[in-house]
Design a binder for this molecule. Structure first.
Ligand code: PGA
Length: 283
C-alpha cells in the first residue's frame, strides 16, 4: 500500500523565530508518536528563504531518528557503514523539503525567480506548481505549469501539480470539464514521470473553511485517476492524488478515507506545528 503524503504549504508566512517554534512543536509530536509517524510521508514547503534553514534543523533531528532506529533494531552505530547510516537518516527524516514554485529555466536573466536546479541543490524533493494563487496573481498558464513540471523532473524534483475549479465553474456544473482540460494541459506529454503528485484544490475551498462533500471529492478523484491512466501515463497507478482546501486536524481523517485520496495539501492548518502533526497522525 502507498504511504499517504501530507504536504504543508506555508505560503508567504513565518519569520525565523516562528519557524523555530513550529519545528519545536512538530518534532515534539513526531518524537512522541515515532512509530505512527512512519506510516506517513511528510513534506514541508516553506518560503524559499527558509528552505536551507529547515534543512539545517532537520540534520539535528536526524540524530534522534538514528537513536530510535538503533534501539528498535537492537544495534550499534558501529554495525553500519557511513552510507547505510546516511540512508537510515534519509528514510527516517521527519519530513522532506519542498518548495512553492520554481522557474522552468535552470539559470538566466529572470529577476526574482528561483530555478529548479537551485532547489535541487538545496535538497528539495517536491515542488508545488500551478497553485491557484500563482495562476491568479502571477498569470501562470497551463503551458507555463507544464514547462515548470518538465524542468522539475529534469532536476529530480517531484512536481505537485495543482488543479481546481472556481465557484462559478462549479455552479455552472462545468467543473469536470474544466479540470479535465486543466490537467491535460498542465502535464507535459513528452516525458515520463516516475512519480507525480496531483493536488485537487477547488478554489472556492482554499482558505474559506468550505470543504466539498465526500461525494464531490470522490467524483473528482475518480476523474483525475481516469485521465492519468487513459491520457497521461501507464505509470499512473504510481501517481499520488492529494486533496487540498480547508483541510484541518478535524476533517483530515474523513477526507483521507475517501477512495483515491492519497494525501492532503494543507495551507492554513499547517502553520501550527501541533495541528499539522495531528493531521499527519490522522493517517
Ligand atoms: P488552505 O490552503 O488549507 O488554507 O485552504 C490550501 C492551499 O492553498 O494549498
Amino acid at each position: 500500500m502507498k504511504r499517504k503524503l501530507i504536504v504543508a504549504n506555508w505560503k508567504m508566512n513565518f519569520a525565523f523565530d516562528e519557524t523555530d517554534e513550529w519545528i519545536k512543536n512538530f518534532i515534539a509530536q513526531y518524537n512522541a508518536n515515532y512509530t505512527a509517524m512512519q506510516n506517513v510521508e511528510v513534506a514541508v514547503c516553506p518560503p524559499t528563504y527558509l528552505i536551507s534553514y529547515l534543512d539545517a534543523e532537520l540534520l539535528e533531528t536526524s540524530f534522534f531518528d538514528i537513536e530510535q532506529f538503533l534501539k528498535a533494531e537492537n544495534k550499534k552505530v558501529e554495525d553500519f557503514s557511513q552510507d547505510e547510516l546516511m540512508q537510515i537518516m534519509i528514510d527516517a527524516t521527519p519530513f522532506f523539503l519542498g518548495a512553492q514554485d520554481c522557474h522552468y529555466e535552470n539559470s538566466g536573466a529572470f529577476t526574482g525567480d528561483t530555478s529548479p536546479m537551485m532547489l535541487s541543490e538545496m535538497g528539495v524533493r517536491y515542488v508545488i506548481l500551478g497553485h491557484s494563487e500563482r495562476r491568479a496573481q502571477h498569470f501562470e498558464t497551463n503551458e507555463i505549469v507544464a514547462k515548470k513540471a518538465r524542468a522539475a523532473l529534469y532536476n529530480d524534483i517531484i512536481p505537485i501539480i495543482c488543479v481546481g475549479e472556481s465557484k462559478e465553474t462549479r455552479d455552472a456544473e462545468e467543473h469536470l470539464k474544466f479540470v479535465f482540460k486543466q490537467l491535460i494541459a498542465s502535464i507535459p506529454q513528452d516525458v515520463i514521470f516516475p512519480r507525480l503528485v496531483i493536488a485537487y484544490e477547488p478554489i472556492w475551498s482554499i482558505g474559506t473553511g468550505l470543504v466539498p462533500t465526500s461525494e464531490q471529492i470522490l467524483e473528482m478523484m475518480d476523474l483525475i485517476k481516469k485521465i492519468c491512466k487513459e491520457k497521461i501515463s501507464n505509470l499512473a497507478d504510481e501517481f499520488v492524488l492529494l486533496y487540498g482546501g480547508s483541510a484541518t486536524e478535524v476533517n483530515a481523517a474523513e477526507i483521507l478515507s475517501i477512495q483515491n485520496v492519497d494525501g492532503l495539501l494543507v495551507g492554513k492548518a499547517s502553520l501550527d506545528g501541533n495541528k499539522f502533526a495531528k493531521i499527519c497522525l490522522s493517517v
